[in-house]
Design a protein around this ligand. Sequence first.
Ligand code: ADP
Length: 666
Amino acid sequence: MTERALTTRWSAFAANPALRSTLADAAFGLAYLLAFLVVDYLTFAQPVVRYGVTPLNLQTGLTLALLIHRGPRLAPFAAVATFASERLVRGNPSEFADLLLLATWLACCYALLAFVLRRFPHDRYLSSMRAAVRLIAGIIVGGFATALGYATYLVECSVIDAGTISATAERYWIGDINGMLLTPLLLAAPQWREAWARARERVGEVAAQLRALALTLPLFAGITGIEQVRFLYPLFVPIIWVAVRWGAAGSLLAIFMIQLSLVAQVQDSQLPMRFIDLQFLMLTLGITGLMLGAAVAERAGALVELATRESELRALLAVAPDAVLTADADGQLRSANNVARDLFRLPQREDPRDVTSRRLDALLPGIVLRGSEGRATFAGRRDDGSTFPAEVAWVRLEAPAPVGTLAIVRAATVRRLAETQAREREELVARAMRFAGAGELASALAHELNQPITALVSYLRASQILSGPAAAAEPRLGDTLSKASREANRAAEVLIRLRDFYQGGSGKAAPVSLPALLGGVVESIDERLRQAGIDVVTRIPTDLPMVSTDATRLELVLNNLLSNAIDALVDCPPGQRRVEIFGEFTADAVSLTVEDAGQGIPPEGLPLLFEAFNTTKPDGMGLGLTSSRSLVRAQGGDLSYRRGPRLGGAAFTVTLPRQPPRAASA
Ligand code: ADP
């Protein structure tokens, strides 16, 4: 087979997850087998009647770790390992079938235990008390089953007396439990490198702990009988020290080291007391170390979690746009964020005066401290005694936090202001869009109407010329034609101005005499005024100065104001339909006010009065006032409204800059 074909086959194989998993199972299984035999060989000490009932069975830790990690399906490897070790290490001469039965029984017990423990896949035995307890309980029960099986097998094979079955089982049990207690260490293998790095960072501490452990070891040699076991209690000190500093992994590792040293001593036959009694002590140490270590790790995890939550909470309170206050069960303030300190004018954080001297129900009179939760608007009381409308939501803080109240406060005015501003912004955008649309429309209309109106002007002029003799005979014809011609001209100019306006032009400023201009405007709407039965009174001081403006634009503005006044007077009783126009002037401005005797503008209409498309008329466009104001402002003046001082209706005042004296005399 070529190299290329081999590579292709290998890629196909590597891409198959099922095959990969089988291969990994086999690799784990074989490594386990090897390790099992080596460990069993090294720790085979003080057996009962030669066979496997030794007080330390470290290899059971390997078996359980394998079956938990890879799954109970690898139980056959456990059976093979037991079988091989009985034959090769322990020299068990039993019948093949008996040994096979024993190996199968033991493998099944471990597989069942692994199966049960794997039902809690998130258990971290080294860092969770609950998981550690579950593992310990499993190990005790599982160890009991294997021990009983093994002892029964020995009785059945007539290796031991039926009378010693319980003592044998106990030995085996303790040995198994001690071995299985190492399972969490093996399962944590992926973290060994990280733990090693941490140990190197704290090498001084590790050295001190190793020395403490080493100091305890000679204790074993000095003990001659069970009554002296109490001298071994100091062993708890280094184990607890290691557990507190390094968690369960550290304490299990320390116990593992003691175990190894004991096995070494047993094999040199230096131990003056029964190994099994020591192993019982080891078991107690192991369980203590695992549980204490797990509890320490759990506490450390909880502290980190707590610190994270606290920093999140602090950040939340710092950026919260609302005031947040907490109080204890009596209502005494416990904390206030910066917004709360500002809102209630409380001492700032750096201020030595503490907020805890205040009461929540003093800041928010009316709040129900013992109620579970609520929402209401109170008169919030600031530290300086002033009050403000406060929208408050509060909840009761339940145990395990010290019982108290948390309140979130917002100044009602702030919220309303924000809402109003948001609404105004929306309206402004909408209006701007419509205004832009109107600009387009006006510009298009001006363009389209320009030609016909120019033609109209020409035709009217031609008609005036052609009707010369006839007009002389009939003066009303000449008069009408000249009025028509004047209006057509005005329409043409209006169109041009309108287009200029929407395109941003400011027109041509020139000295303008207001009485003359006003006279023209009133005359142009004379017909409408008469029909509506409206009296127009003009009060213009004779010395009213000239203004500097674009006459056509100002005409448009006055025309608008007068039209509005006419509309406003329709509902008035006929005798009261009056419009007054009066002029005033100051050192640098001249103003013209158009006042009517109508209803005026109601207060709610004022904010939008000069806004585009604001109209109360069925056929109105709502562009008159807004474009008038724009036209006047473009000339450096202004258009304002007030309640009429003389007639009580609407009074619109156009203010324009005075024509400079030099230009006026020019
Ligand atoms: P339109 O006349 O098309 O409605 P305007 O911008 O000229 O547009 O006027 C806007 C609104 O202002 C009118 O609809 C009317 O409600 C009010 N208004 C303007 N002038 C007067 C006035 N002299 N008296 C009472 N209300 C007026």
